[in-house]
Design a protein. Structure first.
Length: 197
């Protein structure tokens, strides 16, 4: 047996490749199940399966309908956080989302991308950390290796390629600082998530 570059594989290497392929197929099937479950309009049912999948999700936080994931075990979410409908959360490297954070609809958070300079077109991982009291507007994209500080705001449609300091408002493609957040003493709760969402 040979790998995709045409190199011959030893028997142990071949067994490792077979086991990894089976593991990958099973994970892909489970992600399909989660995608289907993600359309059930009852938070408790979705939350049960998300926690079962390895997402660290407290009962006070919510992921709305239609969410998609890569490697749910790499995702940790804080208290009183709401993640909008049809978001994508990538756990292939650690994804940490703080408490009291509001992520709007259709936000894409990636922590893996292809290295376009690699002859193998390999992967380039970078953990993503989103602090407490952050607001991320609809259809924003957060790319690998980014840290978003406490109280920061990401405008709708922004593409975040580098770290955002605390209490700053960023927007655009690529995202740049727009202004500072006027509210400095962040101590609010988001409240309950909408039913059937």
């Amino acid at each position: 047996m040979q790998d995709r570059e045409g190199h011959n594989l030893s028997f142990p290497q071949m067994i490792d490749k077979i086991v990894n392929r089976i593991r990958t197929i099973l994970l892909e099937f489970w992600l399909l199940i989660l995608r289907i479950i993600g359309h059930i309009p009852i938070h408790t049912i979705r939350k049960f399966f998300y926690i079962l999948s390895g997402i660290k999700l407290p009962l006070s936080s919510t992921i709305h309908c239609g969410a998609n994931f890569f490697n749910p075990e790499g995702i940790a979410i804080g208290e009183d956080t709401i993640i909008g409908d049809h978001c994508f959360l990538d756990g292939r490297a650690p994804l940490t989302i703080g408490s009291h954070t509001d992520i709007a609809s259709e936000v894409l958070i990636y922590n893996d991308e292809h290295n376009i300079h690699d002859p193998q077109f390999g992967n380039s991982y970078g953990s993503v950390t989103i602090g407490d009291y952050v607001f991320i507007g609809p259809r924003a994209i957060i790319l690998p290796g980014v840290k978003i500080g406490n109280g920061a705001v990401v405008a709708a449609g922004a593409v975040v390629t580098k770290d955002i300091p605390p209490l700053e408002v960023w927007g655009g493609v690529p995202a740049k600082k727009i202004t500072d957040r006027r509210l400095k003493n962040l101590n609010y709760r988001l409240g309950r998530a909408m039913w059937f969402q």
